[in-house]
Ligand binder design. Sequence first.
Ligand code: ZN
Length: 125
Amino acid sequence: MPEKGWKSITVRETVVKKLKTMYDQDIQRPQNQKFGAWVDETITGLIDYEDFIRKHAMLRFKGAFGNEIHIYDSFKQSNVIVTIDGAAKTLRCEFDPSNPSCIHIGFCYGLKDTARILKHYGVKN
Ligand SMILES: [Zn+2]
C-alpha cells in the first residue's frame, strides 16, 4: 500500500529493468534516494519538459505519415512538411526546397521520434 499522496501503477518488467539501470547509473541523484522517489522525480521532470516544449518551442513534431514528417512552426504559425527522399536518402522541406539544411530539416535529424523512420529510409545526417 503506497503512502498517502502516492499511487501505484503497473508497468512492464522490461521498463522497470531499464529504469533500474538508469537509476543505478545516475551519478547526480542523492545516494540515499529510493528507486520509487527517483522514478517519480524523473517522470515529473519529463512532464515539466514536455509542458515547456508544448508552450514555448518554436518547432514541434506533429507526426510521421509514410515518407512525410509533419512539424508545426510557431514562428511561421503554420504546418511544415519535410519529405524523405528514399532514393536520394535526403530530406526536402516544402518551405525551403533548395536548402538541404534548413531549420526544419535540422529539427527532423535531431528528433527521437524520427530516428527510426530516417533509419528505415537509409537517411543519415
Ligand atoms: Zn524548412
